[in-house]
Design a protein around this ligand. Structure first.
Ligand code: IUR
Length: 453
């Protein structure tokens, strides 16, 4: 195996980036090919990722990295009659973020084709694939021909990356998690847009999160990321827009794989929490408007609300579950109006409720603190490929901005270990802020739309 490609050796390229230099398109090509074919050692890939994390990339390098990653595998081509219909949404990652589960079928119910390629959890954030794998039989790996068939028959599917699609991202995504290089504007841009480019999309909306429980903590850096995603997406020919949304308190009331699936199903039955509904209708309405299926943003949002309320999105979700391997009676039961979700998805062995130590108004709930506790209880991975415990989770029993009494239960933790340690108890109690006045977290999550350009 050679350690060189073209004019430069990999150590030379790493040095160049480490010292703040710019990589040429040929060098980026050699790097991505080396990642894909495993001819670069993991230590070299890790060093290059850290150099990119520290020195960044100019927009031309980010574009070249995205294109090279997209071309590292197969690119989907869809039937001509679907022109303009193929759309998708992607999120930069949050806590309690189950938006994709109701949104993909809602878009399908509005006539779109949604070939959603999702990921497993990254760092403290949950992954759409992990959530869906809580459902018995759900198969995230689908051959390309099967994806086409499901889109033809149902209109949406949610699948994982295969060897065939953006193989370079499979390697880089895992190594970024292991080398503390997730929060990098060029690396996030290339990772997300390369996958979306390979999906052969007409339109894309990216939910760029900012706040305590997001990778980007402040609005300005999230806005810079959103602009990078929008610019590179449009340069690749995808009509790409972005939404900036607050990610401080968990989205909805549930965090953790199994409990989030139950909440997503409740939302598909028209009983979702307000902030989850807002995100789904904003992102979906934006896509319908961008792709020309709705005359205005508002009519797009109304169309998404309607299919959540009238059961059409739920029907699509049930059909998607069956098409992706869930036995028909299980899919039917999960989607029936009154059902015990834990009859089909394994509940945790224990539930512990924590109570408020004070009275007043719920001013804040720290999503990051809750996610870190659940991670320690087994809900997330510390190493790639590690098995996770889908049953671990948390249910909030209170709402932001509402009154709480001393001694009132505020969170229910689902866990498999017999007791929660005093440290975990204390970490959770610190996540709840009670005081007087109003909560500044109780208003709209969506703060800004970044238009395609
Ligand atoms: N989702 C991705 O596909 N890639 C990333 O880097 C992040 C979220 I952050």
């Amino acid at each position: 195996m050679s350690n060189t490609e073209g004019a430069h050796s990999f150590p030379d390229m790493i040095r160049q980036k480490r010292d703040g230099g710019q990589l040429s398109t040929e060098e980026i090509h050699a790097f991505v090919q080396g990642v894909k074919s495993a001819t670069i050692q993991e230590s070299q890939i890790g060093a290059m990722l850290m150099a990119i994390w520290q020195k960044g990339m100019v927009p031309e390098e980010t574009l070249a990295l995205t294109q090279e990653m997209m071309m590292s595998g197969e690119v989907f081509h869809w039937p001509e009659e679907w022109a303009g219909l193929v759309v998708d949404k992607h999120s930069t990652g949050g806590v309690g973020d189950k938006v994709s589960l109701p949104l993909a079928p809602a878009l399908a119910a509005c006539g779109c084709k949604v070939p959603m390629i999702s990921g497993h959890g990254l760092a403290h954030t949950g992954g759409t694939l992990d959530k869906l794998e809580s459902i018995p039989g759900f198969t995230i790996n689908q051959p390309v021909e099967q994806v086409k068939q499901i889109l033809q028959d149902v209109g949406c599917c949610i699948v994982g990356q295969t060897e065939a699609i953006v193989p370079a991202d499979r390697v880089l995504y895992t190594l970024r998690d292991a080398t503390a290089t997730v929060e990098s504007l060029p690396l996030i841009t290339a990772s997300i847009i390369s996958k979306k480019g390979a999906e052969g999309l007409n339109a894309l909306v990216v939910d760029v999160k900012f706040g305590r429980a997001a990778f980007y903590k402040d609005l300005n850096s999230a806005r810079a990321l959103a602009k990078s995603l929008v610019t590179v997406g449009n340069r690749l020919g995808i009509n790409t827009g972005a939404v900036l949304s607050r990610m401080d308190a968990p989205i909805g009331r549930c965090v953790g794989n199994t409990v989030e699936v139950s909440e997503a199903l409740e939302c598909l039955k028209g009983r979702g929490p307000d902030d989850l509904n807002e995100l789904i209708t904003s992102l979906g309405g934006y896509l319908l408007w961008m792709s020309g299926r709705s005359a205005t943003l508002e009519s797009g949002q109304n169309a998404i609300s309607n299919v959540l309320r009238n059961g059409m999105a739920l029907q699509k979700f049930q059909a998607m579950l069956e098409a992706q391997g869930v036995p028909a009676p299980v899919a039917r039961s999960l989607c029936s109006d009154q059902t015990d979700y834990f009859q089909h998805m394994r509940p945790a062995n224990y539930q512990t409720e924590l109570t408020a130590s004070d009275e007043g108004t719920v001013l804040d709930i720290d999503g990051m603190a809750i996610a870190l506790v659940l991670h320690k209880l087994g809900a997330g991975r510390s190493k790639a490929g590690q098995p996770i415990n889908h049953s671990v989770g948390a249910e909030l029993l209170i709402d932001l901005g509402k009154k709480i009494k001393k001694g009132q239960p505020w969170i229910r933790i689902h866990h498999d270990c017999t007791t929660l340690s005093p440290q975990l108890h204390s970490d959770l109690q610190k996540a709840l802020l009670i005081g007087s006045g109003d909560s500044d977290q109780a208003s709209s999550r969506v703060t800004e739309f970044i238009l395609p350009h």
